[in-house]
Design a protein around this ligand. Structure first.
Ligand code: HEC
Ligand code: HEC
Ligand code: HEC
Ligand code: HEC
Ligand code: HEC
Ligand code: HEC
Ligand code: HEC
Ligand code: HEC
Length: 419
């Protein structure tokens, strides 16, 4: 996927920081950019509040271009109903060593210290989304596009006075305190000052690091200022809400002894996106072989050039953008911008509705908490529709109805031993 790469700066530049000065036509000054790496960006204003349409009276979210579904980069609405300044209470997942109560977190060494002995891991991580979550914009990053809420177009800002970054926690809108902006080493490995001082005798737990993904790739209610997994996979319209990879995986057949967890498939120190941009080996390139290590299937029905993830990880979740595709029967199938992590396909589902709970607010789970599986509407229809998607250069696929897809689905691996 080609996504526009907004150049971020490492957490070092958080220390440098800078205020973007109001450019002609720009209606708002911002201090920090949230994201802008994978899908979209939000902004913090001079007081550390998250800019919202409701308060700022302009469009305050910047969606990146998405070549897969053909959307351009543009400003869109964010929290238009917001009546009062929105605090930045996002630190639990967008920073390292977060303390919601504002106390000073203890026991952390900081990624800069880890770098002295683990430089390659540090370099690889610095190219990943985990290091582009909360960035002050520094004068050293002039190729930031128009970070100017409400103003379209590629015009740039002039960079102005540098705020004192040690005072970020004095900003009214900032809630809690953290050791480091972005997901640094200790966001997953836990406070590791003791290890850094004494590596031979103190070692961070790798199992705990594997489980750490479940602190952030979730969505639910806050407890003591930190959001918790609720194991409800919420949906909006037909698509899965973003940031539920952990909850989807929990509900998937992979959540079993011997099955793959997040760190089996993902190199936690590398990005899954922007292959061409990664300067180090910092990208986990997906290949069918990754799945075939454990599964022994081939793909029939004239679809041997498809990837396993074309069907088993369709873009059935939405973070920023989506597209409706009208099928052969006039019904819609929606394509979002985040891959589902449920893996299982429920080819026998009687209707597309079988995927959702009766009030269509969440994915239907069985008594043991497992998802019933993706329907052919979510899996096959995005391609098998007039004007359907054609990822990685695939040709156009024949339009089929729901019933036709349902009949054909069991044929995909038909001649295969079930392993
Ligand atoms: C429970 C953890 C959590 C909280 C709380 C949280 N986020 Fe996130 N955020 C994530 C994760 C994880 C992603 C990556 C998307 C995914 O996993 O589907 C993300 C992605 C984003 C992105 C897109 C980044 C990009 O490069 O495209 C933006 C923007 C964002 N969050 C803004 C916010 C704001 C603003 C808040 C607070 C109002 C917030 N988030 C609170 C975990 C969280
Ligand atoms: C002074 C050098 C040094 C510093 C600083 C350092 N490490 Fe290490 N680290 C090591 C060495 C050496 C090992 C290998 C230890 C062994 O296996 O005997 C190691 C191993 C590890 C391991 C693997 C443990 C295992 O069970 O295999 C992790 C995780 C780790 N370090 C994380 C960190 C983090 C996070 C930081 C920063 C907070 C950090 N290290 C800072 C030297 C260092
Ligand atoms: C997104 C979570 C995450 C972040 C951020 C992270 N790690 Fe890890 N790290 C892991 C996981 C999970 C493992 C265990 C992988 C496994 O079990 O094979 C691991 C393994 C390691 C290991 C031992 C295996 C190896 O690859 O050498 C070292 C050393 C290590 N990490 C150091 C670091 C340092 C240093 C940083 C910061 C520059 C860092 N990690 C950032 C999750 C993370
Ligand atoms: C402290 C919170 C936190 C933890 C822990 C965490 N993530 Fe993330 N992760 C995020 C946020 C926030 C983003 C969005 C970053 C962005 O795009 O701006 C993200 C983005 C990602 C992405 C997409 C961006 C990219 O560069 O590929 C992957 C893949 C990912 N995380 C995997 C993992 C895995 C695997 C683990 C556990 C080993 C993990 N994360 C642990 C918060 C976290
Ligand atoms: C580390 C081994 C491993 C890897 C890698 C792996 N899987 Fe699995 N997979 C499993 C296990 C174990 C199960 C559970 C099998 C069972 O329920 O009998 C499973 C179950 C499944 C199922 C559900 C089977 C059913 O009963 O309906 C699907 C579909 C699947 N995997 C697809 C994938 C895809 C696609 C990939 C690559 C993106 C992948 N797997 C990678 C081990 C793996
Ligand atoms: C064209 C879509 C498609 C592609 C591509 C695809 N699958 Fe499947 N897969 C299915 C469907 C549909 C089912 C369910 C069949 C059923 O229930 O009768 C399935 C079932 C499975 C199962 C569970 C049942 C079984 O037959 O063992 C596994 C495991 C699996 N696929 C793995 C993979 C792997 C690995 C790849 C990549 C090499 C892959 N699939 C590519 C559509 C696809
Ligand atoms: C069976 C393998 C597998 C497992 C297990 C897995 N992922 Fe993924 N994940 C992938 C693949 C493949 C992609 C797509 C990479 C690509 O597009 O090249 C992906 C994409 C992502 C993305 C980026 C979203 C997007 O659509 O670009 C995030 C975030 C993510 N995974 C987080 C997680 C987390 C957190 C876990 C654990 C709960 C996890 N993954 C478990 C294989 C896996
Ligand atoms: C990523 C896009 C994509 C997805 C997802 C996909 N297909 Fe296909 N499919 C194709 C393409 C491309 C072809 C080859 C062109 C054609 O014959 O339609 C094809 C061919 C087929 C054919 C053979 C048609 C023929 O006459 O030779 C069948 C049957 C089929 N697909 C069924 C399915 C089913 C069932 C699913 C969901 C489980 C599915 N496809 C998912 C792209 C896709």
């Amino acid at each position: 996927m080609e996504r526009k790469f907004i150049k971020g700066c490492s957490f070092i530049c958080l220390l440098l920081g800078a205020v973007i000065v109001m450019a002609p036509g720009c209606q708002k000054q911002v201090t920090y950019v949230i994201g802008g790496y994978g899908w979209k960006a939000n902004y913090l204003d001079l007081d550390g509040y998250v800019a919202t349409d409701g308060v700022d009276k302009v469009k305050t979210q910047y969606n990146l271009a998405n070549a897969d579904i053909g959307t351009d980069a543009k400003w869109v609405s964010y929290e238009s109903g917001q009546k009062s300044p929105k605090p930045f209470d996002c630190g639990g997942c967008h920073t390292t060593g977060f303390a919601a109560d504002g106390s000073t977190p203890e026991g952390y060494a900081g990624s800069g210290t880890c770098k002295t002995c683990h430089p390659q891991i540090y370099d690889s991580l610095s190219e990943s989304g985990h290091q582009h979550i909360l960035n002050a914009v520094s004068g050293a990053a002039p190729d930031y596009p128009a970070f100017c809420p409400g103003v379209e177009g590629p015009e740039k800002f002039t960079f102005g006075t540098t705020p004192d970054q040690t005072k970020i926690f004095d900003l009214k809108g900032i809630q809690g305190q953290w050791v480091e902006a972005n997901v640094g080493c200790e966001a997953c490995h836990g406070p590791a000052k003791d290890h850094a001082q004494n590596p031979a005798s103190v070692k961070p737990s790798l199992d705990a690091a594997r489980a750490a993904c479940g602190k952030c790739h979730i969505s639910g209610e806050k407890v003591d200022g930190i959001e918790q997994a609720d194991y409800i996979i919420s949906t909006n319209g037909d698509l899965i809400n973003y940031r539920q990879e952990w909850e989807e995986w929990q509900a998937s057949p992979h959540n079993i002894a011997g099955g793959p967890d997040c760190a089996t498939c993902h190199n936690p120190h590398a990005t899954t996106i922007y292959g061409g941009k990664a300067k180090t080996d910092g990208r986990r390139v997906y290949q069918n072989e990754d799945c075939l290590k454990c599964h022994h299937v081939t793909i029939g029905q004239n679809m041997s050039s498809l990837l396993c993830i074309d069907c088993h990880m369709p873009k059935a979740a939405k973070l920023a953008v989506s597209k409706g595709i009208i099928g052969k029967e006039g019904n819609y199938a929606y394509v979002g911008d985040v891959r589902s992590h449920q893996f299982k396909i429920n080819a026998a589902a009687a209707s597309p509705n079988a995927f959702y709970n009766p009030d269509r607010t969440a994915v239907q789970l069985d008594a043991s908490g497992k998802a019933l599986g993706l329907t052919v509407t979510l899996v096959c229809q995005p391609c098998h529709s007039p004007g359907g998607i054609k990822p990685h250069g695939l040709p156009e696929a024949t339009p089929y109805t729901f019933d036709e897809l349902k009949q054909k689905a069991p044929l995909v691996h038909a001649s295969q031993p079930k392993v």
